[in-house]
Design a protein. Sequence first.
Length: 177
Amino acid sequence: MEIKTFELSYLHGAKDALKSAFYHENSNDIFNEWEFAETLLKSDGYLPELCVIALDEENVVGYNVLTKAKIGSSPGLALGPLGVRKEYQNTGIGSALVKECIKRAEKSGFSYIALLGGNYYSRFGFESGKQYGITVSENEFDNQHLQILFLDKSIKGRVSGKLVYCDAFYDTDGNLL
């Protein structure tokens, strides 16, 4: 398995990997993780060097992306979508993709990475954003799942407010998708 920077030639494979990871019977045909990967390419928050894929030979088996985000006036990154083909899940590929993105974010000088997700991410140092007064919406469920990893420990406890993703994460009325 190899992890490398995403290139447009891998778009179809990346979308297939995400669909394998996320598709369920009630999936939305328009907004879903696999179509969202393409939408991000046109976003003001897309950073090509922070989008990675996992390859098994030449087949894309995993995808992860970091995009620009802000908490108050503090710039940082948002993680996701992260997805690994069903048949490759629980093999360490997701962890390798997250670790690679964290390493790249640190090298790029970003001070934090935020995400909406479950307990999986605590193994990488992510913790509840709620304890720092960080929210993502008026929805308490979303706020309970908001997590943050401080890459710059000096800002820990000094950043608070609402996490704002890049434009691709919002509908035309400004609602978080």
